[in-house]
Design a protein around this ligand. Structure first.
Ligand code: ZN
Length: 199
């Protein structure tokens, strides 16, 4: 009668390294998931490819109070866009996204980058070699953190996006190093012609 108990115990002891490994792995997996998964957006954005301009051709700014931005943005988006924060490398959204489409400002929807200009920089942040349009992404001199860098802001809502460096690939040689949570990806429209052909 007693014999199965030691057998059971020894079986459990043999399994212990596995149980420990699972217990150790769980919090790690959870923290990675927490940093790496997308937050559901608070508000759908409307992609703006032809932004309204004044008589001189300048973009008409989108201006909102911090309270209004807080209502529309998730905590992460607000931290990046409105407080010039930086997501930890490898934790932002769209890092591995290879779908065709447009990356827009998560604040105001202004089209910023085309998927065909996205490249794998190996930095842990979504990277592009050229913005959409001549004036959608603004360059601002940034002397914070003891460095002189060129900061990128959305030219329409002044949201912080990331920084641009001169070590990118051809044809521009530029690397627009973006925070994933400053962006919202809008997939390319599927071809309606396929449905007609199928019918
Ligand atoms: Zn914007």
């Amino acid at each position: 009668m007693l014999k199965p108990i030691p057998n059971c115990l020894s079986a459990l002891l043999r399994l212990r390294p596995l149980v420990l490994a699972v217990l150790v792995a769980l919090p790690t997996a959870c923290s990675l998931a927490d940093g790496g998964t997308d937050e559901p957006p608070k508000k759908e954005i409307i992609l703006v490819t032809e932004p309204p301009r004044d008589a001189d051709g300048r973009l008409i700014p989108v201006e909102k109070t911090p309270e209004q931005w807080r209502e529309e943005l998730t905590d992460r988006e607000f931290y990046i866009l409105r407080e010039s924060g930086t997501e930890r490398a490898g934790t932002g959204r769209y890092l591995d996204n290879k779908e065709q489409g447009v990356y827009a400002c998560a604040g105001c929807g202004l089209a910023l980058f085309e998927s065909k200009t996205k490249f794998d920089s190996g930095t842990g942040w979504p990277s592009f070699y050229r913005p959409i349009g001549d004036d959608h992404v603004a360059d601002v001199r940034d002397e914070s953190h003891g460095m002189v860098r060129v900061e990128n802001r959305c030219a329409r809502c002044d949201g912080h996006l990331g920084h641009v460096f001169n070590d990118g690939p051809r044809p521009t040689g530029q690397r627009y190093c973006m925070n994933g949570y400053a962006l919202r990806f809008v997939p390319a429209q599927s071809e309606p012609a396929d449905d007609q052909n199928a019918g």
